[in-house]
Design a protein around this ligand. Structure first.
Ligand code: G1P
Ligand code: ZN
Length: 543
């Protein structure tokens, strides 16, 4: 194998965030930038000579180029085999499954998730470990440390590999297998759910629509929803993956998937509507005439999971990220299983899943998943919902109202202030942090503070501690307010404000969410001076 060693000077900004390294495409295109990061990943790992690496991405602009680079650097560093999705495509949950199924050493997932794509859009590289999940902080910290002193990368000199044909190729000693990105994943889904029951529900006239947002899940939806389950092909929308997602944000929320929302709220709406994001790990669920917020969806899936074959023995526990609402906690309590509260980001669930301490996990940011892989999984959530609806023979609305009647309703919302100046965002957070100790007993607008803290997490499996994971304010009566800065943005800072309030009285369950949360929203403004410090009158996105 012809290997070239190229000298470089470190790039100082290669710190992985909540989910890998995310930057604008032109940043990754700077000479040596991508190479330096991939080499830093490999320099932080041990014992992978001759082992298998999985490589794939969400198909966004620059995906193919980075895959060719990754193959050459993997070869030069001694990997024995690389499994790469045809066309360079692998959804994030599919990549996680492939790593596990084929016993790979790890994988590189190329994605910036729900962020926009294209020549001026976002790109990202994330390293996943052998359990199929995102590298834990110990490894991402080591990668970052390495990026700060790296002085060379090694690259093999072979021609571009044809990514559009499945098959096995020898690239100068490295075995490259271009695999069908969909088949293994679709087969896995069939082992988890009652496809017969879902198929007959759909054959009986239950209408399902899915918006792939021109992102990675189009081919997965065609195979699973249309071919295996009988969903009408014309109800699978935007199924062609595009490098720029058709110019949209492939973010399945009420802003970017508004068309789907409008359809589901309109006359003659289908029975069930769903969408997924750029890399296929998030989900949006909307029933006919009813949107389900992701925190509620987690709770409802957990409460009903036993209706699907994979979970018929029950759950071993539920895990949720700290800003996610407490709706799932009530389900865990009723089921008599453990509830874990972790920092934001899927990497914190890996240890719990590996140790069998939880079966279902979720985040308020439209991520839900289980122990079948080590990533959140958009289509999995959609299929579990369909399985539950088929088993219960009820509409989404009926299942939701039944859940609220049993557990009460947790009103929940997140307000994002995107693209604010980094200094202003940091200033707001540090001023708030300074105030926390003095808050208990005081009033914020109409609410009285019970306690306040900065969230810190001690992993119960390996004992590692992650501090500064968000500022929390708990109010008398049970409402909660959380502030944190996003770790996935690529320009400026994004302030996220999370609000929730539990309402036990069914007569009050039909209120508008923003109205039901008005006192908490007012308290947020009172304590953090959001308008004054960000210069914004209103959030950019409300979920
Ligand atoms: C966001 C979400 C978080 C999710 C992550 C990756 O991170 O809030 O729940 O795990 O994207 O999809 P943030 O930008 O808040 O750091
Ligand atoms: Zn994603």
């Amino acid at each position: 194998m012809m290997i070239k060693t190229v000298e470089i000077t470190p790039f100082k900004d290669q710190k992985p965030g909540t989910s890998g390294l995310r930057k604008k495409v032109p940043v990754f295109q700077a000479p040596g930038y991508t190479e330096a990061f991939i080499q830093s990943i490999f320099d932080s790992l041990e014992g992978f000579k001759g082992e298998t690496l999985v490589v794939g991405g969400d198909g966004r602009y620059y995906n193919r180029e980075v895959i060719q680079t990754a193959l050459r650097i993997a070869a030069a560093n001694g990997f024995g085999r690389v499994l790469v999705g045809k066309g360079g495509i692998l959804s994030t949950p599919a990549a996680s499954h492939i790593i596990r199924k084929y016993g790979a050493y790890g994988g590189l997932i190329l994605s910036a998730s729900h962020n926009p794509g294209g020549p001026k859009g976002d790109f990202g590289i994330k390293y996943n470990v052998g359990n199929g999940g995102p590298a834990p902080e110990k490894i991402t910290d080591a990668i970052y440390a390495r990026t700060q002193e790296i002085d060379r990368y090694k690259i093999a000199l072979f021609n571009d590999v044809d990514l559009d044909k499945t098959g096995t190729f020898d690239a100068d000693g490295l075995t490259i297998e271009v695999i069908d990105p969909v088949a293994d994943y679709a087969d896995l889904m069939e082992t988890l759910f009652d496809f017969d029951a879902i198929r007959s529900m759909i054959a009986g006239g239950f209408k399902v629509t899915f918006d792939a947002m021109h992102a990675v899940t189009g081919p997965y939806a065609r195979e699973i929803l249309v071919k295996r389950l009988g969903v009408a092909p014309e109800l699978v929308l935007n199924a062609e993956p595009l490098e720029d997602f058709g110019g949209h944000h492939p973010d399945p929320n009420l802003v970017h998937a508004k068309a789907l929302y409008d359809t589901m709220m309109g006359e003659n709406a289908p029975d069930f509507g769903a969408a997924s994001d750029g890399d296929g790990d998030r989900n949006l669920i909307i029933g006919k005439g009813i949107f389900i917020n992701p925190s509620d969806s987690l709770a409802m899936l957990a409460a009903n999971a036993h209706l699907a074959p994979a979970y018929k023995e029950g759950l071993r526990g539920i895990a949720r990220s700290m800003p996610t609402s407490g709706a799932a906690d009530r389900v865990a309590e009723k089921l008599g299983v453990e509830l874990h509260e972790t920092p934001t980001g899927w990497k914190f669930f890996g240890n719990l899943l590996d140790a069998g301490r939880c079966t279902i996990c979720g985040e308020e940011s439209a991520g839900t998943g289980s122990d079948h892989v080590r990533e959140k999984d958009g289509l999995w959530a959609i299929l579990l919902w369909l399985n539950i609806l088929a088993a219960r023979g009820q509409s989404v609305k009926e299942v939701v109202h039944d859940h609220w009647a049993t557990y009460g309703r947790t009103f929940y919302s997140r307000h994002d202030y995107e693209g604010i100046e980094t200094d202003h965002a940091r200033g707001l957070m540090s001023a708030l942090e300074d105030k926390l100790d003095a808050l208990p007993g005081t009033s914020l607008d109409t609410l009285t503070v019970e306690r306040a803290d900065s969230f810190s997490y001690r992993d119960p499996i390996d004992g590692s501690v992650s501090s500064n994971q968000g500022l929390r304010i708990f109010f008398e009566g049970g409402a909660r307010l959380v502030f944190r800065l996003s770790g996935t943005g690529t320009s400026g800072a994004t302030l996220r404000v999370y609000m929730e309030r539990h309402e036990a009285d069914p007569a009050l369950h039909d209120q508008d969410t923003q109205e039901a949360l008005a006192p908490v929203i007012a308290a947020a403004e009172a304590v953090a001076e959001i308008r004054e410090r960000t210069g914004r009158n209103a959030p950019t996105v409300i979920t």
